[in-house]
Design a protein. Structure first.
Length: 244
């Protein structure tokens, strides 16, 4: 992430890092674990190895291994990064740093729905109609574009937002810049490449169908020890609470 010089949040990030460097310094793998295991939804200060500084995180999930040791799955509140970390890098976040609103927002593409190619009768022409489940093909293509991107831009026009498992998701326009390509609108590319797996819709129809959508979840976490990303896949139905 980058911060404008002199920006309020830059000052906050510097103060956070300096505070935890005074307390703990820089943390390295293999050091003794500090304190008790944090619970899900707890706020934590995490030494992010890739940037060699302390960042604020929320604990999304804790997995206990066969050896009895926990692994934290975290969301960096200001950088917008999912991080997988062992406990030696994790500390309780001091209350003085907990009240500042997160700088990163979570976004999803607005006004598109999963679709099916169906025939309504013998010999009839197939039509593309909305359905409630995303196919793996279009999900995989979106994943490939995001992972190969130089930058991903989310533009919020003040449209729909939804509560998903306690997290506010903003539905936005997404554009991507890739090597040797001009920035492009993601929906335009998906509409051409996966025309039978998605359909554009109005904001009104999107909001109406949103609570029934079954998600195809691929969670990817940056490993805080510098290893490859860990992928977790699954399909689930998530309850939505929408607002405008």
């Amino acid at each position: 992430s980058t911060y404008e010089q002199g920006h309020t949040h830059q000052q906050f990030a510097v103060a956070l890092n300096e505070h935890y460097e005074r307390l703990y310094g820089r943390v390295f793998a293999g050091q003794p674990v500090h304190g008790e295991i944090l619970r899900t939804k707890a706020l934590a200060a995490v030494y992010y190895v890739a940037q060699q500084r302390w960042v604020r995180c929320e604990v999304e999930e804790i997995v206990i291994g066969l050896d009895g040791k926990p692994t934290y799955y975290l969301w960096a509140l200001d950088e917008g990064l999912p991080i997988k970390s062992t406990p030696e890098y994790v500390r309780v976040l001091s209350s003085q740093f907990a009240s500042v609103p997160p700088q990163a927002i979570r976004g999803a593409i607005a006004n598109i729905l999963p679709a099916d190619r169906r025939r309504n009768g013998l010999g009839l022409k197939a039509t593309i109609t909305p359905c409630n489940k995303w196919y793996a093909g279009i999900v995989s293509m979106l994943q490939t574009m995001i992972e190969g991107a130089l930058s991903v831009s989310l533009v919020c026009h003040g449209g729909t937002a939804a509560e998903v498992e306690g997290e506010t998701i903003h539905f936005v326009d997404m554009s991507i810049t890739m090597p040797r390509f001009e920035p492009f609108n993601v929906v335009d590319v998906l509409a051409k490449a996966c025309s039978e797996q998605m359909i554009r819709c109005s904001s009104e129809e999107f909001v109406k169908r949103l609570p029934k959508l079954q998600t195809y979840t691929i969670k990817r976490y940056l490993n805080n020890d510098g290893q490859d990303k860990l992928t977790v896949q699954g399909e689930n139905m998530i309850p939505f609470s929408t607002n405008h």
